[in-house]
Each structure stands twice: as structure tokens, then as C-alpha cells.
Design a protein around this ligand. Structure first.
Ligand code: ZN
Length: 489
């Protein structure tokens, strides 16, 4: 944990059952209190070995756009670029950004306070408040302190705020910018906090956490539950758009009425750009992470491409202005996929990846079961066993070999054990079978401790050193738009 007093430090308040009972405990004193409870090894991994953040940016920004491809290992970025070049004869936006004048490219460390392998809640909280906390918590320290999240601080400074995601809007990564909660699983509470903390634009999934009683309390907010109703939403009112009960569909499963991340990004920018004091907007490609957990190479590539399309929307919007800091990154690696078979066949593999028609999630639904990355599931009562070959064909265009069909069926019955045990799940076994045809293998169904990619552009980006801790990004946001210190909430 970084204990150095800094110009801008998060205000930290001790949590209690009632928010009204909060006592102000600000700045370095709060951080020092939090550090007393941090495990020794966490302090060791959190020590800054990177160059310090410069005190002030060369020029102030008015807006910050923070884009997160959740759980994006470097291999995911590579596969998306290769598929787009092979299939669409053009490159993706992210690697092209590295070559743009003035862009900044860095490597980021992602460990949380209690784990070298972070989860999304601790990782987003590191950006959201500049403090390392334990996995599963959202801006909530082990001793129950609640630092003020960046969107709340921005709002106190007169900025508009926004959250756009393909997951439930109450999921860990958007929550890390706005909420304080002892567990990411308390999504009903996170929904209440999103409502109370007056985020101006919220677009994604997660309707089940916003019951009618909560929605009716959102006085003056346009609540939109279908994408074709967005055009009719009052242009200057706060906007809550929820387009699925849970997560939005994977991009390869998306129907005509399911909005893409690029479309949602366009809507958010059109509403926020009119705000006179600027804005802070987080945009998340949240299901890249889910596809990696599932070892589902086709969905992974298509959701990364959808994220890249959203980045294209942002870059086109930035062409008209120079007052915005853009950060494009990920919260952690996941499953480390990679194209890993040799020869001319590799080009065929990539063509197949580009033709993916449905996700593993869709496939498992046809088998009357679930993938189970959110909650453990019992796959053993699955149905439609005889349709496995045709369903896999329909989803991926690939004809499984007889031994692969047997392995996948045994895995669904819970009777397949890999030597690295986490790879025994039905999804991981199917991923391994498909690796014979797609050339893409995964190392696990879990996040990784790898350093990750970060690219930035615009005023304030020059402050980011080549090797940076995730907590330092909070400083970068605060300093780039010159936010006054947060007041306790
Ligand atoms: Zn994850």
C-alpha cells in the first residue's frame, strides 16, 4: 500500500450499517489506518518500483474516458488483430493507437491487497479510489473503511459521469468507479448506490437488480428498457438504460434488438458531450472476461472486436477535440489464450475463428445447462446429448472428432478430470477439443497475475510511467482533470 501523502488523496470513511453514521477520516490518516490491516506480503507486492506520477499534467483535460476490456490477456488482443486483418482486411484500432503521435504505452501491475491474482472488484477499486483492497470487495478496506469512488468525487467537482458496459451495470468493474460494498455479490445494494450517487448515464444489463420500486425513486431520470426506446429518451435528463435482466448477450449471439457496445458508447458520448464542465466515463467490454473464463475462443475474439469497435467510436469522437484523456486497458489477464499451432494451417484456424456464430453460453443453453462461471452449477442433468455434434457445428462451424465428443460428454457428466484440475470443467474440456481445430489453447479458466497493456492519449497521458501500478491510475484521472479532494459521503 502506498503510504506517501499525496496532493490528492482519497477521503476514507469508516463503514457502518447506516451511511448517516459515517465519521470523516480523511487523507493519509485514513490510508495509514487501512495499511495497518494489510498483509505483509501485500505491502511487498504493492511497493512502487515504477517511476512516480508527475505532480501535474502539462495541460489539463476536461473529460476522462476510461475503457476496460475486462480480463484481456495479451493473446486476446493479438487474436482480435489477426482475425480482423484476415477476415476484414484491416487492422484493429488498439494496436494502431500505439503508432499515433502522442500516444503513451505502458505496462500495468494488477495484484490486489490479498492476492497476486486479482479479481475485477479489487482491480477496478484500485482505479476508482487509488487503494489496494482485498479481492471481492468494492472500495471497502479490510477494516471497513470506504474511500470515495472517482465518479462521486467527479460529481462533487461538477463533472457529469457515465458507466457503459456489456455486463450487468452492477457488476464489479462499473461498481469500482462508483460504489462501496463489502462484497461485489451485493448487487442490489450496488444498484441502490448507483441510483443514489446520481450517475448521469448508465447503460448495460442488470435489470433484475433495479426492481420497479427502485426505478420509481429515480425522479427525473429517463429509464429505458429497450434499445429502440433510446431515441425517445429526454435528451437532457439522466439516463438509465437496462437492456437485459442479467448481462447483455455475447456479441456473436446478439439479436437485432440487443445494442452493441459501440452503439451504447455513441449514445453516452452524445449525451455527455453537452455537459459544460466535462465528464468522467467508464466503458467496459465486460464479456471478454467471461469468454476467457469459459475458454471460448470464438466468443472471446468477437467480444474483443466489439470492444475495439467501441474504441473506434471514441477515437472518431476524439478527432474533433483535444480536451480529453483516453485510457484503454484491462483489469487483469485471463486464461492467457494464444494461437499456438504451427504452419499454413494457422491461417485456416484464424478464418474459422472469424466465422464463430454462437457462444458456449448459447451451446450450453441448448443442452439445458449453464457454463457456471458466475455460480457453480450441476451439469450432470444436461439434455440433448445426441445433438452435441450438430450444436457444436452450428455454433463454431467445426465437426468434433469422436474422441472429442466422448471427452466433452464425460465432462458434462462430471467424469473427466484434467491433470490441472481447474481444466476439468465441461467448458474447459470443450475449449481443449476445439483447440485442435482453432489452434487456440488456454492455460486455465482463471485470471492471471500477468502485467497488462495500457494505452493512453490526450492531456495527462504523459504523466503515466512505462511501468505503473493500477492504483496510480486514480492519481492520473484526478490530476488530469484537476479534481479537488473528495468530501466524505
Ligand atoms: Zn473474471
Amino acid at each position: 500500500m502506498d503510504l506517501e501523502p499525496r496532493q490528492h488523496v482519497p477521503v476514507i470513511t469508516p463503514a457502518s450499517h447506516s451511511r448517516r453514521d459515517f465519521l470523516g477520516l480523511s487523507g493519509a490518516a485514513g490510508l495509514a489506518t487501512a495499511a495497518l490491516f494489510a498483509p505483509t506480503f501485500a505491502r511487498a507486492v504493492s511497493e512502487r518500483t515504477d517511476a512516480p506520477i508527475r505532480d501535474t499534467p502539462a495541460r489539463r483535460a476536461t473529460n476522462v474516458i476510461f475503457m476496460v476490456s475486462d480480463g484481456m490477456s495479451f493473446g486476446t488482443l493479438t487474436l482480435a488483430e489477426i482475425v480482423r486483418r484476415t477476415r476484414d482486411n484491416r487492422g484493429t484500432h488498439w494496436p494502431a493507437l500505439w503508432q499515433r503521435d502522442g500516444s503513451r504505452r505502458c505496462v500495468m501491475r494488477t495484484a490486489s491487497a490479498n492476492s497476486l491474482v486479482t479479481d475485477s472488484a479489487a482491480a477496478s477499486s484500485a482505479w476508482g479510489t487509488g487503494v489496494h483492497i482485498n479481492n471481492d470487495a468494492v472500495n471497502f478496506t479490510p477494516d471497513r473503511l470506504t474511500p470515495v469512488p472517482i465518479l462521486v468525487q467527479a460529481k462533487q467537482n461538477g463533472k457529469a459521469t457515465g458507466l457503459v458496459t456489456t455486463t450487468r451495470v452492477t457488476h464489479a468493474t462499473p461498481a469500482g468507479f462508483v460504489a462501496n460494498c463489502p462484497s461485489r455479490a451485493l448487487e442490489d445494494e450496488i444498484a441502490k448506490q448507483i441510483a443514489e450517487r446520481n450517475v448521469d448515464v448508465v447503460l448495460g444489463g442488470g435489470l433484475k437488480h433495479f426492481p420497479a420500486a427502485l426505478r420509481s425513486r429515480l425522479d427525473g431520470t429517463s429509464v429505458v428498457l429497450a434499445s429502440d426506446a433510446l431515441a425517445a429518451a429526454a435528451p437532457n435528463a439522466p439516463l438509465l438504460g437496462l437492456f437485459a435482466d442479467s448481462h447483455l448477450p455475447y456479441d456473436c449471439d446478439r439479436g437485432a434488438k440487443d445494442p452493441s457496445l459501440a452503439e451504447l458508447t455513441k449514445i453516452a458520448l452524445a449525451r455527455l458531450e453537452t455537459r459544460p464542465n466535462g465528464f468522467v466515463l467508464q466503458i467496459e467490454g465486460g464479456r471478454v472476461d467471461h469468454a476467457a473464463h469459459a475458454n471460448d475462443a470464438g466468443s472471446l475474439v468477437h467480444d474483443q472486436l466489439a470492444f475495439d469497435d467501441a474504441l473506434g467510436v471514441v477515437l472518431a469522437w476524439l478527432d474533433k477535440r483535444d480536451d480529453t484523456l483516453l485510457v484503454v486497458t484491462t483489469d487483469h489477464g485471463n486464461a492467457n489464450p494464444g494461437l499456438t499451432l504451427y504452419g499454413p494451417e494457422s491461417f485456416r484456424f484464424v478464418e474459422r475463428l472469424g466465422r464463430t456464430r454462437h457462444s458456449f453460453e448459447w451451446l450450453f443453453e441448448q443442452l439445458a445447462t449453464k457454463l457456471g462461471y458466475d455460480d457453480p452449477v450441476d451439469n450432470s442433468k444436461f439434455r440433448n446429448e445426441d445433438r452435441i455434434p450438430s450444436l457444436v457445428q452450428q455454433a463454431t462451424g467445426i465437426s468434433l472428432l469422436p474422441d472429442e465428443i466422448t471427452a466433452f460428454t464425460l465432462a458434462l457428466r462430471g467424469k473427466q478430470t484434467a491433470l490441472f484440475r481447474p481444466m476439468s470443467s465441461p467448458a474447459c474440456v470443450l475449449g481443449q477439443c476445439l483447440a485442435n481445430h482453432l489452434g487456440v489453447a488456454f492455460m486455465s479458466p482463471n485470471h492471471t497475475a500477468d502485467f497488462v497493456e495500457l494505452t493512453a492519449l490526450g492531456p495527462g497521458s504523459e504523466m503515466i510511467p512505462p511501468f505503473v501500478d493500477n492504483t496510480a491510475l486514480h492519481d492520473v484521472i484526478v490530476k488530469s482533470i484537476d479534481l479537488a479532494p473528495a468530501r466524505a459521503i
